[in-house]
Write a protein that binds this ligand. Sequence first.
Ligand code: COA
Length: 183
Amino acid sequence: MSRDSFVLRPAQLNDIRKLNSLIQVSARGLNQNHYTHAQVDSLIRYVFGVDTELIADQTYYVIEENGKFSACGGWSQRKTLFGSDKCASRKNGYLDPKTDPAKIRAFFVHPDFGRKGLGNRLMIQCEEAVKKAGFCETELMSTLPGLAFYRAHGYVGDQFVDYPLPDGVIVQFVKMGKSFSKN
Ligand SMILES: CC(C)(COP(=O)(O)OP(=O)(O)OC[C@H]1O[C@@H](n2cnc3c(N)ncnc32)[C@H](O)[C@@H]1OP(=O)(O)O)[C@@H](O)C(=O)NCCC(=O)NCCS
């Protein structure tokens, strides 16, 4: 895989349809060892998907090769910790970089490109932007398949949270965080 052919750029509003389709393919392909089919269906229905506010803020990124989307992910200076536009866990308002952790949001890699470093590229991009915006910490809500990836990036947290979805299906997430040194 030639890294040069994979372009990372901020996602735009007219990417939303392709982003949602990438997120669904990623969820179905890379969640199967951690969640049941019913859980993945419910996650796609109620949680996974684009958060348009991040696109408006230009803090959500896509990696594409010749127009084919292979990965997406971002960060946020807003209070919502996880979930798409349709998710019930949304909060209004902005974070204060002096006191609040920025949020790392919605990393999804196409199953054809798993373990090829695309997630790494997105994380480097996000953490650089987070620090540039003046934040000293980040936090995120990890899916079970995301845990090893975030741990590899220095995120800590091992408390499993049972999250009930509107159809009664319960999924587990793990809240994780990371502090950056101030020097
Ligand atoms: C989690 C995810 C974004 C990782 O993306 P990726 O591009 O495959 O990750 P990378 O190739 O950049 O991996 C970087 C490092 O993370 C760790 N890692 C990533 N995936 C891993 C896995 N499945 N098992 C163990 N370690 C893993 C490894 O240390 C890896 O380095 P290595 O390949 O040199 O050993 C991807 O697996 C995914 O989209 N999962 C499904 C969607 C999801 O649940 N996203 C999380 C939302 S919170």
